[in-house]
Structure formats: structure tokens, C-alpha cells
Design a protein around this ligand. Structure first.
Ligand code: C2E
Ligand code: MG
Ligand code: MG
Ligand code: MG
Length: 274
């Protein structure tokens, strides 16, 4: 009896696994096509100054609609990384976002923050590609911020240091994304090289006293290393007030604005100016 049940369980597991692989293959084929046919879009989410709520920058976030379904970047970015598509994808976002941001004309012009995968950073042509996009779009390097996840920074330190140095020489700013979630050792992080620390939204959305203590500790570290701080996932006025009074310099979250396509962003920016 028990054995049969076990055998059954194994069968169900295999079927799920089989279906998972099929789904992944379908998505991979879809993603390749989406890149070729320009079916991806970029959504932009404002990042504001904690004290004045004035816009400082926007973060570019990839969006993909496949088979009538919006697939989260949390799903397709790892897929692209696994299948060697991330360089093409990363370059596509950078180029699209720089081009679209040039179509906006607000004063002051916000900076643009783009997420980069560590696999892109490790790519030999990474810096040359950035230079090319900045050149062809005319986007000013000092307006470009790149976000690198904390977990990525544990890898291949030597190559990363070299790339980070090259970016800094171009006055491109660098943020550590998802800070506090990556198990990296603080001594390895070389915090001096970074301009900004992004406090992961998990600490903000679950704003318990323990997570508040972690935010305070992060602020102390950031201060020591001369980094600005951004808190993600701010959904309520209370969270915004708490984070501001704790000394976080920048805020990002649904309370201020959701990620949105270029045209709504343009309207949002106009509203803020008035
Ligand atoms: P991330 O870089 O940490 O981006 C922040 C995520 O938090 C975004 O999710 C954003 O929509 C979400 N968010 C912002 N404010 C709030 C809030 O108040 N409440 C809640 N619940 N969520 C909020 P999204 O767009 O789904 O992106 C997820 C992750 O996918 C990003 O996390 C980033 O790691 C990755 N990603 C997105 N676009 C790209 C890209 O172009 N390249 C790479 N390499 N990764 C990307
Ligand atoms: Mg990010
Ligand atoms: Mg983040
Ligand atoms: Mg995050």
C-alpha cells in the first residue's frame, strides 16, 4: 500500500517536472522571439528624495507579455541568465531606456537607473557596449546609474573591481541592489566603490522592529562609506515618514508611484512640476 502511494508520488513529481521543462522551453522560445520582435517593454518607477519627495531618478524595469500573460522579470531574468540571453536582453533594456528617457524633457532631468546582471558585468564587451549605447543615444554618463545585486558581488572580485573602476572613470554611478539579502561578507563588498545602497523591499514591507534595526544598521554603514541610501517597497505614508526620520535619503515604492510606461511617466513628471 505504502509503496504504491510512493510510486504514485514519484509519478506525479515526474509529470510536474516534465511540464515545468516544457513551460520553460516554450518561454525560452518566446523570449528569444520577443527580443527579436521588440515585444518587450520598459516600465519606469520614480525614486524620490525622502525629505522633499522630489524626483531624483527613475528605475527601468523590464516587462514581458507572453501568451496574454505578464511574466515577471523574477521568472524570465534567471531564465535569460541560464540560457545565454542576458547580454542581449541587458543591452536591449539599456538602449531602450536611454532612448526613451531622451524623449522626455522635464526639469530637472531625472537620472536613469538600470539593473545589470553580474553575467553582463563579467562579459568582455560590457564597457564597450555601454560606451556605444551612451554614444548612439547621446545619454549623459553622469545621468546613468547601474544597479548590481549584492549577491552578485561575491563573484569574481578582480574582474568586477576592474569593471566598477571603468564605470566610475566615466562618472556612471553604481548602486548595490537588494542590500541585506545576499549573504555576502561586508569585507568583500568594497563599499567604498559604490554610490548608493538600496535597502531591499522585504525589510520595508515587513517593517517590524527587527527589520527597523537592520535598516538603522544599514544607514550607519552607508554613512561610514559615504553612500546614499534608497528604501524600496514604500507603500504607506507611515513607512515613508519613518524611513525619512531614520535618515534614509531616497524612497521608492507604490506610495509614490508604480512602475509605468513612458507616456504615463511623462504625465506624472508634468504633474510634479506644477
Ligand atoms: P529590483 O531591481 O529590486 O526592483 C524592485 C522591484 O520592486 C520591482 O519589481 C518593482 O516593481 C518592485 N516594487 C517597487 N515598489 C514596490 C512596492 O511599493 N511594493 C511592491 N510590492 N513592490 C514594489 P519587478 O519590476 O517585478 O522586478 C523584479 C526584479 O527583476 C528586479 O528587482 C530586478 O532584480 C529584476 N529586473 C527587472 N528588470 C531587470 C532588467 O532590466 N535587468 C535585470 N538584470 N534585472 C531586472
Ligand atoms: Mg533594481
Ligand atoms: Mg532592489
Ligand atoms: Mg529588490
Amino acid at each position: 500500500q505504502q509503496k504504491r502511494a510512493q510510486r504514485g508520488a514519484v509519478c506525479v513529481f515526474n509529470k510536474n517536472l516534465f511540464e515545468q521543462v516544457r513551460l520553460e522551453e516554450a518561454r525560452l522560445a518566446g523570449l528569444t522571439k520577443a527580443i527579436e520582435h521588440n515585444e518587450l517593454t520598459v516600465a519606469y518607477q520614480p525614486i524620490v528624495a525622502a525629505e522633499t519627495h522630489q524626483i531624483i531618478s527613475v528605475e527601468a524595469l523590464l516587462r514581458w507579455e507572453f501568451d496574454g500573460e505578464i511574466i515577471s522579470p523574477v521568472v524570465f531574468i534567471p531564465l535569460a541568465e541560464k540560457c545565454g540571453l542576458i547580454n542581449t536582453l541587458g543591452l536591449w533594456v539599456l538602449e531602450r531606456a536611454c532612448t526613451e528617457m531622451q524623449q522626455l524633457d522635464p526639469t530637472p532631468a531625472p537620472a536613469l537607473s538600470v539593473n545589470v546582471s553580474v553575467l553582463q558585468l563579467l562579459e568582455e564587451d560590457f564597457i564597450a557596449n555601454i560606451d556605444r549605447v551612451l554614444h548612439t543615444t547621446g545619454f549623459a554618463p553622469e545621468r546613468l546609474h547601474l544597479e548590481i545585486t549584492e549577491s552578485a558581488l561575491a563573484q569574481n572580485r578582480l574582474v568586477l573591481d576592474e569593471k566598477v573602476g571603468a564605470l566610475k572613470a566615466r562618472q556612471i554611478q553604481i548602486s548595490i541592489d537588494d542590500f541585506g539579502t545576499g549573504f555576502s561578507s561586508l569585507s568583500q563588498l568594497q563599499l567604498l566603490s559604490f554610490d548608493r545602497i538600496k535597502i531591499d523591499k522585504s525589510f520595508v514591507m515587513n517593517f517590524t522592529s527587527s527589520n527597523q534595526a537592520i535598516v538603522r544598521a544599514t544607514l550607519m554603514i552607508a554613512k561610514e562609506f559615504g553612500c546614499q541610501t534608497v528604501a524600496e517597497g514604500v507603500e504607506t505614508r507611515w513607512q515613508a515618514q519613518q524611513l525619512q526620520s531614520m535618515g534614509v535619503s531616497h524612497l521608492q515604492g507604490y506610495y509614490f508611484a508604480r512602475p509605468m510606461p513612458l507616456n504615463p511617466l511623462a504625465d506624472w513628471l508634468t504633474q510634479q512640476e506644477n
